[in-house]
Design a protein around this ligand. Structure first.
Ligand code: PLP
Length: 393
C-alpha cells in the first residue's frame, strides 16, 4: 500500500523552525513561523489565560464529551467579538472548531455541499494553507491580484478588476486584518467597494480573521468585516484564538455563517455539525473553556484586552524601530513600507535567493516568499537585522 508513496515534502514554514534550532551559530534570528514573541524572544502564556486556567481546573467537574458544535457560550463570544452592532447578529450561527484551520476546512466542506460548483478566489499571495485546504475540500481555486511588489501596498485597482469577474457561484476569500503574508491590508474604502461588488455581482464574501487585535486594535480590526456583514445577505467567517489569546497549541477557533435568515444560518450550522461528525466529531475543549471563562468575566476580559493591546503596541514599535534603524544608520527609506504594514508579517520584496542569502550568510530565517515575522525580532536584534537587510537588498 505504501510503496507507491513519494517521500514527504517538508512544510516550507514549519521546517524553517527545525533548521533554525539546528543552526549552531550564536548570531541567528528566527523570523519564520508566525507566533508572537515578547522582548525575551518567548511566546509566553498570557496572564488572563493563566488565571482562567486556574478557574477551569478548580471548577471543571467532568471531561465528558462536549457537543458537535463545541461550547455554545464560546461560539456566542466569537460572534460578539466580531459582529456586535451589526444586523448580522440576528441571522448568524457558529460552531467551535480546531483552530481557524479547522474552520477553513469545515466551511470549505460546507460550500462543496451547499454549492458544489463553487470557485473560491484567494489573494495572490495568501496564507500558505488557504489553497491546499480549499482544494482538499474539492473546490476550484482562483487567485486575484493583491500585492504590488513595487509599492509593497495592496494594488486595489488590480484586485477590483479581478473581482469584477467573480459571479454568483463564486466565493471571495479576504483577510479580515493583518494580511498573511504581506502585512498590507485593504482600507475601509476597499471594504466598501468589495461589499458593493458582492451585492451587484452576487459572489459570497468569506473573511478569514486570524489576528483580530494585532493590527489597530480589537474594534478597528473588525471594522471592514462588520460593514460587510451589515450589508450582504450571506457571508462566511473563520476566526482564531491562536494569536490573540496565545492558544496556538490548544486549537481553538470558530466557523461562522451569516445567512439571509436565522433559519438558514441554523440550517448551515446543522450541516456543519454533520460535517464535523464525520471529520473529527467534536473540537478539543480546553482552549474554548479558557476563552469562555475570560470573556465571561469583566475582570479577566480587562486583563486580556490590556495584554493584547501591549502585544499590538509592541508590534508597532518594532516596525518603527526597524525603519528608524534602516534610515538613521543606513540612510535608506527604501523599507519605510514596513511601518505601514499591520500585524506580525511583512513581505520584504526579496527573491527566494535573497531570503536564502539572509539565512546562509546572516542566520536570519524568513520564509522563502520574502515574509518575515516582525514579532520574531527582539530590540537587540534590530541593528543586526537592519544591516543584513541592507547588505542583501
Ligand atoms: N488563517 C490565517 C490567515 C492564518 O495566518 C492562520 C495561521 O497562521 C490560520 C488561518 C490558522 O490559524 P489556526 O492556528 O487557528 O489554525
Amino acid at each position: 500500500m505504501f510503496s507507491q508513496l513519494p517521500a514527504p515534502m517538508l512544510d516550507p514554514i514549519l521546517s524553517l523552525s527545525v533548521a533554525y534550532r539546528n543552526d549552531p551559530r550564536d548570531e541567528k534570528v528566527d523570523l519564520g513561523i508566525g507566533v508572537y514573541k515578547n522582548s525575551a524572544g518567548e511566546t509566553p502564556v498570557m496572564q488572563a489565560i493563566k488565571q482562567a486556567q486556574d478557574i477551569v481546573v478548580a471548577t471543571q467537574t467532568t471531561k465528558s464529551y462536549v457537543g458537535l458544535a463545541g461550547c455554545e457560550q464560546f461560539n456566542q463570544s466569537m460572534i460578539d467579538l466580531l459582529l456586535t452592532g451589526t444586523s448580522a447578529m440576528d441571522r448568524v450561527s457558529a460552531i467551535q472548531t480546531p483552530g481557524a484551520s479547522g474552520a477553513l476546512r469545515m466551511l470549505g466542506d460546507l460550500m462543496k455541499v451547499a454549492q458544489p460548483n463553487t470557485t473560491i478566489w484567494i489573494s495572490d499571495p495568501s496564507y500558505v494553507n488557504h489553497k491546499p485546504v480549499m482544494e482538499a475540500a474539492g473546490l476550484k481555486v482562483r487567485h486575484y491580484r493583491y500585492f504590488s511588489r513595487d509599492t509593497k501596498q495592496v494594488d486595489v485597482d488590480a484586485m477590483m478588476a479581478d473581482l469584477r469577474t467573480a459571479g454568483k457561484d463564486d466565493v471571495v476569500l479576504l483577510h479580515g486584518c493583518c494580511h498573511n503574508p504581506t502585512g498590507a491590508d485593504i482600507d475601509f474604502d476597499a471594504w466598501q467597494a468589495i461589499t458593493q461588488l458582492s451585492q451587484k455581482n452576487g459572489f459570497t464574501p468569506f473573511v478569514d480573521i486570524a489576528y483580530q487585535g494585532f493590527g489597530d486594535g480589537l474594534e478597528a480590526d473588525a471594522k471592514g468585516l462588520r460593514y460587510m456583514a451589515d450589508n450582504v445577505e450571506e457571508m462566511l467567517i473563520t476566526t482564531s484564538c491562536s494569536k490573540n489569546f496565545g492558544l496556538y497549541r490548544e486549537r481553538t477557533g470558530a466557523a461562522i455563517v451569516v445567512a439571509n435568515t436565522k433559519q438558514e444560518a441554523d440550517n448551515a450550522k446543522g450541516k456543519l455539525m454533520t460535517l464535523a461528525r464525520s471529520t473529527y466529531t467534536m473540537p478539543p475543549d480546553h482552549g474554548a473553556a479558557l476563552v469562555k471563562t475570560i470573556l465571561g468575566s469583566d475582570t479577566l476580559t480587562q486583563v486580556w484586552k490590556q495584554e493584547l493591546s501591549q502585544m499590538q503596541k509592541r508590534l508597532v514599535s518594532l516596525r518603527k524601530a526597524l525603519c528608524d534603524e534602516l534610515k538613521n544608520s543606513h540612510g535608506t527609506s527604501q523599507f519605510d513600507f514596513i511601518q505601514s504594514h499591520k500585524g506580525m508579517f511583512t513581505v520584504l520584496g526579496f527573491s527566494q535567493e535573497q531570503m536564502t542569502q539572509l539565512r546562509e550568510e546572516y542566520g536570519i530565517y524568513g520564509v522563502g516568499d520574502g515574509r518575515i515575522n516582525i514579532a520574531g525580532l527582539t530590540e537587540k536584534d534590530i541593528p543586526y537585522v537592519a544591516n543584513a537587510i541592507v547588505r542583501v537588498a
